[in-house]
Design a protein around this ligand. Structure first.
Ligand SMILES: Cc1cc2nc3c(=O)[nH]c(=O)nc-3n(C[C@H](O)[C@H](O)[C@H](O)COP(=O)(O)OP(=O)(O)OC[C@H]3O[C@@H](n4cnc5c(N)ncnc54)[C@H](O)[C@@H]3O)c2cc1C
Length: 453
């Protein structure tokens, strides 16, 4: 039996549970592609996840579907592979009309477990990253709280895919949070699912109030209203009347959206309630208070739809998210900080790792602008690396971007492509012996790159 190594951390000897080439912290939307690609590239990889499923916002916060990037050819190979694997599991994600990627959370969690296992990634569930030991601008160990108590994990490269830049912050990387003009984060949502819905009846009802409303048919359709947008949604008068009768609060009617879930007949995923911005995604007490507040919103909204919307008569709350949905919290300030100018100028980069044209979708702020068909901007590798830490890559919604730019780059397909690039970069760093923050992505061989220009 191999002797267990210990390190002294905070005046205690704690075991080094794993040693790996690459340690991905946070097994979410970006984390899974990062770990899979690092392992496929030849790096022994471990993924540390505090929940009991990988997929993050996709599985734990019940966020679906993949929004479209609105630009041709943006799907990097991992996205194509996930879509194909969903199809093999009997879930057709590909809606040709809206280009949304419709999935269901249970299937995607299962597929992700399989992808990680096939790639040889060690999954460590129920493991909360709490600290890091750094030396000479490098992270040597991460400290993780587990059933065994605190343990250390040693790795050559660390990828922060926590969504909240947890590893970057504890390692001393500079971060920003919220909108510089208001101090607010984007509002959070506490998503839930409803079952027992007569989807055909609901669909006919939505068609009866506005024929053009739903571009698609069951199993792919949504109902929505968003009062911060200029568009007037057909459901708005119904919800406003509910507010006037005292069935809903003004906060309940700010944003409402429900998507069908492919592979789950009679179910919808509710992209609401949207929690008021006074609850900040970056404060511990707010994050907890927000859950209590949102849970009462969930029960009010579901009661309202059951009473007032045809098709919902026999519906019920079938599932609550196991993680609050934060659209934005902390963002790193990396080697390159993306700004809204990159969006407005449709900027391209020699070291690009992804492209998107998803609009600036900052809930709570009227700042939207759409790019014309065929236009897009790119995300450079330098927005994923930092000056402070040589062996750290950050992928997902907390990369180096201003609040407004983040409101465009944060959608799932883009986060997945960023994870994919981060994993490839980790493997490249090991093979070439180059620190990840010294890699010049524009000079890297094309066959290493998932996103090809
Ligand atoms: C309410 C809401 C609706 C949205 N709607 C859509 C939509 O319809 N379509 C779309 O494409 N995008 C949507 N988005 C955006 C998109 O889902 C997210 O921006 C994206 O999924 C974030 O990916 P990520 O990998 O950065 O983080 P996540 O997917 O959240 O992954 C982070 C992972 O890290 C883990 N973690 C965090 N801290 C620790 C720690 N200390 N230790 C261990 N593990 C940790 C978490 O448990 C989680 O698994 C929405 C977002 C929200 C919040």
């Amino acid at each position: 039996m191999q002797a267990v190594k210990y390190i002294n951390y905070s005046k205690k000897d704690i075991p080094v549970l794993f040693e790996a080439d690459c340690c991905v912290c946070g097994g979410g939307t970006a984390g899974v592609p990062a770990a899979v690609m690092a392992a496929r590239g030849g790096s022994g990889t471990i993924i540390v996840e505090k929940g009991v499923s990988v997929g993050g916002a996709q599985t734990r916060a019940l966020v679906l579907p993949f929004m479209p990037t609105f630009v041709e050819g943006s799907d990097t190979p991992i996205i194509t592979e996930i879509k194909k694997r969903m199809l093999d599991e009997g879930i057709d994600m590909d809606d040709k009309v809206t280009a949304f990627g419709w999935f269901n959370p249970e299937k995607i969690a299962y597929i992700y477990d399989k992808m990680l296992q096939e790639a040889g990634v060690k999954i460590l569930y129920n493991a909360d990253l709490i600290d890091a030991v750094t030396e000479d601008k490098k992270i040597r160990y991460v400290i993780v709280n587990t059933i065994e108590g605190l343990v250390a994990i040693k790795a050559g490269v660390f990828i922060d895919c926590t969504g909240d830049a947890v590893l970057a912050r504890i390692s001393g990387v500079k971060t920003e949070k919220g909108f510089e003009k208001t101090g607010n984060n984007q509002p959070m949502s506490f998503r839930f699912e409803m079952g027992g819905i007569d989807l055909d009846r609901l669909y006919e009802y939505t068609r009866s109030i506005n024929d053009n409303w739903c571009a698609t048919k069951p199993p792919y359709f949504e109902i929505a209203l968003a009062r911060h947008r200029d568009i007037k949604y057909p459901l708005e008068p119904l919800f406003v009347a509910g507010f006037e009768r005292g069935e809903l609060t003004e906060e309940d009617i700010e944003y409402f959206q429900a998507f069908t879930i492919t592979g789950k007949p009679g179910c919808m995923s509710m992209n609401c309630p949207e929690i008021p911005v006074k609850f900040k995604a970056t404060r511990a007490a707010d994050l907890s208070d927000a859950i209590v507040y949102a849970r009462s919103m969930i029960h009010r909204i579901s009661k309202f739809v059951i009473k007032n919307i045809p098709g919902f008569e026999k519906a019920y709350i079938s599932r609550e998210a196991s993680m609050i949905g934060a659209r934005e919290s902390f963002r790193i300030v990396g080697k390159y900080q993306m700004t809204e100018n990159d969006y407005h100028e449709r900027r391209k980069f020699d070291d690009a790792v992804a492209k998107t044209a998803w609009y600036i979708d900052a809930h709570g702020e009227k700042v939207g602008e759409y790019l014309a068909k065929g236009e897009y901007y790119e995300i450079p590798y330098r927005a994923l690396i930092t000056n402070e830490i040589d062996n750290l890559i950050v992928a997902g919604r907390c990369i180096s971007a201003t609040f407004i730019l983040q409101a465009s780059m944060r959608i799932q397909p883009t986060c997945m492509s960023l994870g994919e690039a981060a994993g490839a970069a980790a493997a490249y760093s090991k093979k070439r012996g180059i620190a990840v923050n010294a890699i010049e992505w524009d000079k890297v061989e094309n066959d290493i790159k998932a996103y090809k220009k």
